[in-house]
Write a protein of this length. Structure first.
Length: 420
């Protein structure tokens, strides 16, 4: 890292470490304002800024109000998060105090392992939440797994290509490209490429989608000619996967409360060659326009609004923008959405509830509460469903994915069926 890059990183962290906005939004806005920054500059700034987020617990232990001392926070990120030796950056240190600060930081590594929140790089509120269900060793393993950068997972659009044909093309460009172990549609790249400019992305053959998200689409199990509802469609990653699964036959209703997210879905549909998706903005899960589908849907996917704590490899700032209070509010929202969505499922139809969270309160406990209130539904064994699709993955009756064991984001899914 050079002096100019360090200065830019400090300016980014001054805003990013207030946690008032998502970190990727802060970074994107900064790069838009500084168009002359080259590719290598952007890489160094982004990597160091995200290293500061991943090691914020240790940095904030050693540095009071890190956002107010962003240059020191950037230097700490280089040493703690990017394995930089102090001797490598001695030319960047313009004060003796900075050298002393970094020396003390390295000397405190043993001290950092004493507290569970610093050892696991998790805020105290989240540690307390997890301690209700997990052992100390499980919390440490989780913290370490989400502190690694995520690879780039992509999905081959089966309307436009086959994985066994696309994979060799990508391997010719990036030797680390490999088939995902579980999803039959997935390809994983450990070193990210500029996919948005790639020919196979531009023609709709490839879409960015984590392997865990691809497995959720497979659990929906949509068939040609069916009526499908994606109740919280967002920008439509799973909607697109389900549409391809149906070979563009049938009808998918993509509901969401955010017009902007649905607007992002429309060009993606066009690029993917899908015409069976019908995006529609709703005001809430109680919107009267939903009632026309009561008891008519073959399959309903509820990818519920959640804490996002399964995506911390990609969004390390989320754990500081969430709290016990925001999670409590989400629990009531999830319960209400699941209840409303269930009314659309026809007899023998399938309801899939999913989150990208690792908290049992948002996952298993939410499903158990729903089943206790809705005896007309029963749980379908997720592992058996995957086995029937020749996917060798057994996490029990629920799909539970974690970054450490499965190299995916943290995902949860429950498959429910309405009785005849």
């Amino acid at each position: 890292m050079n002096a100019a890059q360090l200065d830019h990183t400090a300016k980014v962290l001054a805003e990013m470490l207030t946690f008032k906005q998502p970190s990727d939004a802060v970074l994107s806005a900064y790069f838009r304002e500084h168009k002359k920054l080259g590719r290598q500059d952007r890489h160094e700034i982004a990597e160091t800024a995200f290293a500061a987020l991943r090691h914020y617990q240790k940095i904030s232990t050693a540095l009071r109000r890190p956002h107010a001392q962003p240059r020191k926070a950037a230097l700490a990120a280089l040493v703690l998060g990017r394995s930089t030796n102090i001797s490598q950056i001695k030319d960047l240190l313009d004060e003796e105090e900075e050298t002393e600060f970094l020396g003390n930081l390295k000397a405190r590594k043993t001290e950092f392992s004493d507290g569970l929140n610093t050892a696991a790089e998790l805020p105290q509120w989240l540690v307390e939440q997890l301690q209700q269900h997990w052992s100390k060793e499980e919390i440490l393993a989780f913290g370490r797994s989400i502190n690694q950068p995520a690879p780039l997972d992509i999905r081959v659009n089966t309307l436009k290509g086959k994985r066994d044909k696309v994979l060799p093309l990508l391997q010719a460009e990036s030797a680390d490209a490999e088939a995902t172990p579980y999803s039959p549609w997935g390809i994983r790249l450990k070193n990210k490429i500029a996919l948005n400019k790639h020919e196979l992305f531009l023609d709709g053959t490839l879409e960015v989608q984590d392997e865990g998200s691809q497995l959720l689409a497979l659990l929906v199990g949509a068939k040609r000619g069916e009526i499908i509802v994606d109740f919280c469609a967002g920008a439509g990653g799973k909607t697109l996967a389900v549409g391809a699964q149906m070979a563009n036959k049938g009808r998918i209703y993509a509901f969401d409360i955010a017009e902007k997210r649905l607007a992002n879905l429309k060009p993606r549909m066009t690029r993917a060659g899908l015409t069976n998706i019908h995006p529609e903005r709703i005001s809430s899960e109680h919107d009267t326009r939903i009632a026309r589908l009561t008891g008519k849907a073959d399959r309903v996917l509820v990818d519920a609004p959640c804490s996002g704590l399964g995506t911390l490899r990609r969004n390390p700032d989320l754990k500081y923008r969430q709290s016990a209070e925001t999670v409590a509010n989400l629990l009531e929202q999830q319960h209400s959405i699941l209840d409303a969505a269930s009314k659309l499922v026809k007899p023998q139809g399938r309801l899939v509830y999913a989150t990208c969270s690792v908290l049992p309160e948002e996952n298993e406990l939410q499903v158990e509460r729903f089943l206790s209130e809705h005896p007309e539904f029963e749980l379908v064994n997720g592992a058996e469903l995957l086995q029937s699709l020749k996917i060798d993955l057994d996490t029990g009756k629920y799909l539970r994915l974690n970054s450490g064991e499965h190299q995916t984001d943290g995902f949860f899914a429950a498959v429910l069926q309405r009785k005849d």
